[in-house]
Design a protein around this ligand. Structure first.
Ligand SMILES: [Zn+2]
Length: 237
């Protein structure tokens, strides 16, 4: 499928930990089999938030909002139950697939890309929280009872950047709502213990068209009051 670059929107800001944040290497919930749970780190040993974690969570929240609003939404992550497998006409894909992409017989790339989020400053120290593992089946304290969870403390800011291409206003509105909902939910593991609450601050929006890349048009940059007004016009809260 050929695709035109109509417009590219870049939302930039920070994502700040309000409570400790634990993003492990792939597991989203506490796994009682694992005694020690480090946070994911880059090759310089700095903790970061993978873009894929942010995107996955944003998609999950978008799907919940869409369902509540009466839209029909397919059921990822099983490819067989996604629009790419179930719907032959891409124009009839559910809004979640149109924004975040789909897989199956037809695979369509996501219109939104979440960059990996790196700490803005220095992270002084990671924290360790210990807990007692309970066997979910029996409710008994497991034999490997004590475990420790590593986490980024509250108050750490990470860079935040989402790049969205050719979003309709409707799709942008859902993306904004999903980001708000991520804030009021949680990211990463141990959320039942209060981990993973974040604040997403978007301070700049940049709009670029194909003409911009040909040097024929300026980019549009919104920040401060302009950004608030622009968001309001788009139906973003
Ligand atoms: Zn779908």
């Amino acid at each position: 499928m050929f695709e035109k670059l109509e417009k590219r929107l870049i939302l930039k800001g920070t994502i700040e930990t309000v409570t400790p944040l634990h993003i492990g290497s792939g597991k989203s919930e506490l796994d009682i089999e694992e005694a020690d749970m480090p946070v994911i780190k880059d090759d310089q040993d700095k903790p970061y938030i993978p873009g894929s974690s942010l995107k996955g969570k944003a998609r999950f929240e978008a799907e919940r909002i869409l369902r509540k609003e009466g839209y029909s939404v397919c059921n990822p992550p099983d490819v067989k139950s996604m629009c790419g497998s179930l719907v032959s006409d891409p124009s009839k894909f559910c809004l979640a697939c149109r924004i975040f992409g789909t897989a199956g017989r037809v695979s369509v790339a996501s219109k939104v890309k979440f960059r990996d989020a790196y700490p803005v400053g220095k992270v002084e120290q990671l924290i360790q929280r210990s807990g007692i593992a309970i066997d979910r089946q029996t409710g008994a304290v497991s034999s490997r009872a004590l475990y420790s969870v590593e986490a980024v403390p509250a108050g750490v800011a990470f860079s935040f950047e989402v790049v969205a291409e050719n979003l309709t206003d409707d799709e942008l509105r859902i993306l904004c709502a999903a980001l708000r909902s991520v804030e009021h939910s949680a990211i990463g593991g141990a959320s039942s213990r209060g981990f993973g609450k974040v604040k997403i601050n978007i301070d700049t929006a940049v709009e670029r068209s194909a003409k911009y890349y040909l040097g024929k048009e300026n980019e549009k940059v919104y920040s401060g009051e302009d950004l608030k007004k622009w968001f309001a016009e788009k139906g973003c809260v």
